[in-house]
Design a protein around this ligand. Structure first.
Ligand code: ATP
Ligand code: MG
Length: 658
């Protein structure tokens, strides 16, 4: 057995029982050079924002370029907020034009790698020219401010070009992850009423070509609102071009220049994009973000949470199909003039060290990924990162799900080699920006905790009646005040917007996540409120039981659900995948039950453990417990599975049930 895992297992036990005791202070050298260097500085920034939120955010907004200054910082008509009212700006201008009037014009904006190994580097000037040209293409095709444009592309430079070109002319984009099916494309194009779809002949994934154009053809019927399609040639896969409707990207680009395309000044509240949530808990919601507040929030959180410096090489592994790719690959980093790395393909292609090779080759200094990826890396083994030089790294981050302390520890030791702070960032498509996270030079980490709220964010844990709960008590995570990059609505569904986020506690944003604060005020995310278990009167977060299971050296991943039970209210059922070639048997089941009993308490012991080859996940890598809940009670319905990664898995899990 691996001694590191043993150590992690022992430490996990402490964390669950006395989380406040384990603190990992930022390395001194890191703090010395950081924007926010210690707790005093964090606290004073936090207090400044708490006492005068509008003054605080206005100061940050002053770091961006505005065509017309705002008249009012915030207009808050519950639950509708407007930020920087009366101001005019352009998101693309802030990401590009602002930099090319300085020496940054020759700085690398994008270092891109395709899955087959092709690379491209675009300077800020080059990216600017491509974006201006493509914005001219969009205008020629009749796209006007306010028209929606769907982008269904692999992660290639042109996807970023397309997003920024839309922003440049004031056309809200809706990016659809390239892994989605034709059906998901149809739903989103219809819901957003997109006039144009930008796609590619295909994209690479694990050496195979995903037929994107073919799926677009399937998705757009004759009645589709989208009557134009632009097709980028990426793979050379054969496609059928429909006359009138379909145009090759390279043909259109031949006929335009980069001139005559100034960034369109738009109102601060002009829609920047619509993006659909991951669909982990139900049907995806079309989240609307607008321009001014969103740019302020993403610009400033990128700078402080990643402590982003001019010379950093910054890599967020999220696809632009997710909000993380919007806020922390494109808008946030580029508003800061950063050098951004992007990679098209799978982390294990051609071999499981691809990410580490990219870090080595491009000297990545900031690396931001998801717990699901980290758990895969753990499963694949330490030898893969060990064979690469990762000394360029100085900061690590995670987002998307609670990170199990055992995975945190692995990330810290195996990737960070114990010298890089880790920022565990909690936020949502809806929040637009990171809300709870360590500031890496200032706030000591506790593995498994997102630590403290970002300045300007008033987060709280409350009970069902909205009353703040004591430290150590579980409750609902809410945000008390509006923040600049908050969602402005669910596209076309104001009722659901009201109902979902603002009806339980009027004027207070309901996140839908459960949390607990410890004595130090640190936030521990427990999972979705819908998923919280109630066993013999004990409220248990899925994250607690799952982290306990993952701290066992045989377990790779775990998903926990509650099954109705006459005696205890709910019985804990755990679906578990095992590491490497370990085979599950009854002995291991009872070992795992005992392990959970030791770590949390015997009431939390899973009644039943089910070994599975894989867990159902969204295409962004989040565990979909709602499907497991149905399988566990033999319910044949499945709900909305348009964002499920591998739909064939459901049948296999059901078979294992029988
Ligand atoms: P849907 O809303 O459609 O069910 P989703 O909530 O998974 O999908 P996203 O907006 O992509 O859609 O994810 C946000 C959620 O991800 C958060 O509400 C939270 O549950 C989880 N999450 C994100 N980051 C973290 C984190 N650092 N720690 C714990 N949970 C996290
Ligand atoms: Mg959600």
């Amino acid at each position: 057995m691996d001694t590191m895992e043993e150590r992690a297992a022992v430490r996990d036990k402490d964390i669950m029982m006395a989380p406040a005791e384990i603190r990992i202070a930022p390395p001194r050298g890191f703090s010395r050079a950081a924007y926010v260097k210690n707790m005093e500085e964090y606290e004073s920034l936090y207090r400044e924002a708490e006492m005068d939120p509008e003054g605080f955010w206005a100061r940050v907004a002053g770091e961006l370029a505005w065509f017309k200054p705002w008249e009012q910082v915030l207009d808050w008509q519950v639950p509708f907020a407007e930020w920087f009212v009366g101001g005019q700006l352009n998101a693309c201008y802030n990401c590009l034009d602002r930099h090319i009037s300085t020496w940054r014009k020759n700085k690398a904006a994008l270092i891109w790698e395709g899955e087959p190994g092709d690379t491209r580097i675009l300077t800020y000037l080059e990216l600017y020219r491509e974006v201006c040209k493509f914005a001219n293409v969009l205008k020629r095709l009749g796209i006007r401010p306010g028209d929606r444009v769907a982008i269904y592309m692999p992660l290639v430079p042109e996807a970023v070009v397309a997003m920024l070109a839309c922003a440049r002319i004031g056309a809200p984009h809706t990016v659809i992850f390239a892994g989605f099916s034709a059906e998901a494309v149809r739903d989103r194009v219809l819901d957003a009423q997109a006039k144009l779809v930008i796609t590619a002949d295909g994209g690479y994934r694990r050496g195979k070509v995903i037929p994107l154009k073919e799926r677009v053809d399937e998705a757009l019927g004759d009645d589709s609102p989208a009557n134009r399609v632009i097709v980028l040639q990426r793979t050379g896969a054969p496609v059928t071009m429909r006359p009138e409707r379909d145009h090759w990207w390279h043909d259109l680009m031949k006929d335009v220049t980069a001139s005559g395309c100034p960034a369109e000044p738009v109102d601060s509240e002009h829609p920047l994009y619509i993006l659909y949530t991951s669909g982990t808990t139900g049907k995806p919601k079309g989240i609307l973000h607008t321009t001014g507040g969103y740019m302020v929030g993403t610009y400033y959180t990128t700078k402080l949470v990643f402590d982003l410096k001019e010379e950093d090489i910054y890599w967020c592994t999220a696809d632009v199909g997710w909000v993380t790719g919007h806020s922390y690959t494109v808008y946030g980093p580029m508003a800061n003039g950063a050098t951004v790395v992007a990679y098209e393909g799978a982390p294990d292609y051609p071999e499981p060290d691809r990410f580490w090779k990219i870090i080595e080759d491009h000297q990545v200094s900031i690396f931001y990924t998801a717990p699901t990826a980290i758990r895969s890396f753990m499963k694949w083994g330490e030898e893969w990162p060990q064979r690469r030089d990762l000394r360029s790294l100085r900061l690590l981050g995670t987002v998307g799900e609670p990170i199990n302390p055992a995975a945190w520890e692995w990330y810290n030791q195996t990737i960070g080699r114990g010298r890089c702070p880790i920022v565990d960032t909690w936020w949502q498509t809806e929040t637009g920006m990171i809300m709870i996270s360590p500031l890496p030079g200032a706030i000591p980490a506790k593995p498994g905790s997102g630590t403290l709220p970002f300045p300007g964010v008033i987060a709280e844990v409350v009970d069902e009646g909205g009353r703040p709960v004591q430290p150590g008590k579980k409750g609902l995570l809410v945000i008390r005040r509006p923040w600049p990059s908050m969602l402005r609505g669910i596209w076309g569904d104001p009722k659901r917007y009201q109902q979902q986020y603002w009806s339980q506690f009027p004027g207070i944003y309901l996140t839908g996540d459960g949390a607990v604060q410890d004595e130090d005020g640190y936030f521990w995310l427990l999972g979705r409120v819908d998923d919280v278990l109630n066993v013999s009167g004990h409220r248990l977060g899925t994250a607690e039981v799952e982290s306990a299971l993952v701290s066992h050296p045989t377990v790779a991943e775990a998903a926990v659900i509650g099954r109705p039970d006459e005696i205890t209210g709910q019985a804990v059922v755990a679906f578990v995948t095992l590491r490497g070639s370990i085979a599950g048997d009854d002995k291991l089941k009872s070992d795992l039950q005992d392990h959970v009993g030791r770590v949390i308490g015997s009431f939390a012991k899973p009644r039943e453990i089910k070994f599975a080859a894989a867990l159902p996940k969204t295409r962004s890598g989040k565990i979909m417990r709602r499907i497991l809940r149905k399988i566990a009670v033999g319910d044949p319905s499945v709900g909305d599975i348009t964002t499920l990664e591998d739909p064939t898995l459901i049948a296999r899990l059901r078979e294992e049930e029988d």
